[in-house]
Design a protein around this ligand. Sequence first.
Ligand code: PGA
Length: 244
Amino acid sequence: MKIVAANWKLNKNPQQTREFLQEFKKSYKAKNAAEKIVFFPPATNLESAAQVLTGSGIEFGAQNCHRDYKGAFTGEISAQVVKDLGAQWVLVGHSERRKIFLEKDELIARKVSAVQEIGLHPMLCIGETLEERQEGKTNLMLNAQLQIGLQGADRKKFVVVAYEPVWAIGTGVVATAEQVQEAHEYIYKLITQMGFSVETPILYGGSVKGDNAKQLSQIPHVDGFLVGGASLEVPSFLEIVNAI
Ligand code: PGA
């Protein structure tokens, strides 16, 4: 399965969301049934996404959720409501959540389980910082993020892993083909060892653009992309979608 996902972060309002998705829907032609497009708009715009995407085959979800479905958690997002809105996905453990909002692997694991238990698909983001890479700790970090992040995950249910080296996110610096291949191979082996019985696609994220998507998509175990900046305009996102 190939997946191209758009992480809009804190960009676009409901009207801009509808306009973008309508334009995208008109120009997008699925190449085959094993291809999925997933949009992650801000949570405030999920209903707008649902209005345009319901019945289109194009999927969407939230960029984060709380570990509980309801209760006294001011400002949080319920995976139950994300599901009620017709979404299929929740992004969990993005490096901005880890760094700015201080999310730890243990909390991320509870979110992964909450997402699965409610019947949504988690897209778990992992990746090393530049410092960790320079200290030779890349695999160690990926190992911990996967082992802990997926400790409560149902091995029979669908999980997607997005490998996003933190130093490549929003910087214009893409990991080299060799670095991507090494990390994806490592993640693939670990996931297999962990006993996931359904296909677990591994996406690459970090400064993916139309002009590097083709080369990246040919690397073994690169099953698609998680795209930030280049997903904010229809033409640049389509270029990536078409490259895969
Ligand atoms: P970028 O972001 O494509 O702008 O580097 C990727 C991400 O944060 O998921």
